[in-house]
Design a protein around this ligand. Sequence first.
Ligand SMILES: [Zn+2]
Ligand SMILES: [Zn+2]
Length: 328
Amino acid sequence: MSTDQPLAFESSVPLAAVPAATASRIALPAGVKPLQPDWPNVIVIAFYHLAAIAAFLPIYFSWTGVLVAIVTARLTGLLGINLCYHRLLTHQGFKCPKWLEHSLVVIAVCCVEDTPARWVAVHRRHHHHADAQPDPHSPLVNFFWGHIGWVLFKNPELARLGLYDRYAKDILRDRFYVKLERNAMQLQIIAAQWALFFVVGFIAGLLTTDTWTDAALFGGSIMLWGVAVRTVFVWHQTWSVNSITHLWGYRNYETNEDSRNNLFVGYLAHGEGWHNNHHAHPRSARHGHRWWEFDTTYLTIKLLERLGLATDVAVYTPPRATTESPHP
Ligand SMILES: [Zn+2]
Ligand SMILES: [Zn+2]
């Protein structure tokens, strides 16, 4: 990572039980006006939530759909967002072949959390100003803002060009990621996944039901559960890291913001909820530092390393004596 990126530092503070840095409220990022919705985001988020609710209607509900949603949410959240956007692209915690990196980015784009340059830039800005006023999504403004409000309302400080220039120059050296900045390509990938889930479900329906109508309904079920429900689930999983883990949980490290390790988010989001550990050692590909802090994203990176598909894995290993000590 180039020196103008603010994330490559590693804290040398030892593992210890420490209180939160602050408990005060902060103001919205400068320029945010709550009555100025980001309409494209509002419409997309509302559409996906309504489609996810529709998946529960009797004509679309199927246990196969539920299973597809659970499995694909686990896979896309872990591989696309946690492993690729966060630990690989944002923090450069390891390296992998370009074909694999690009494949993982396509999976991440299917999670509808914006382009790699945008995601990386917003997250680097979060680390740079965590829980201070320019932080794009600190829950110290309020929980709603930290969880979803920051996506629903315009934030002039996140105008793309200035943000990219400051935080995502390295990402935009890759021509594939520049192409993804053109909305058409991002939309094509997202539309293709809707079609793919429907077609796979429809073919399965043809093989298992008696009529074309039933096959089409089964295709619709797989599409709604595999895309809409899964996307909404992964969104709230990601947003919980921004909101919950800056409010509730315990702290292993003395960091200059309010990051916490939260058991619920830690297990739900494949290790991303060990967020205090992460803020203390942001480049480390390993976020779980204590024996109960399971980190399936890191285990996946280790698996890729075993397979020869990940190299230069940056790992912070906590002192052994303190990791075995009980924690309040
Ligand atoms: Zn954070
Ligand atoms: Zn991070």
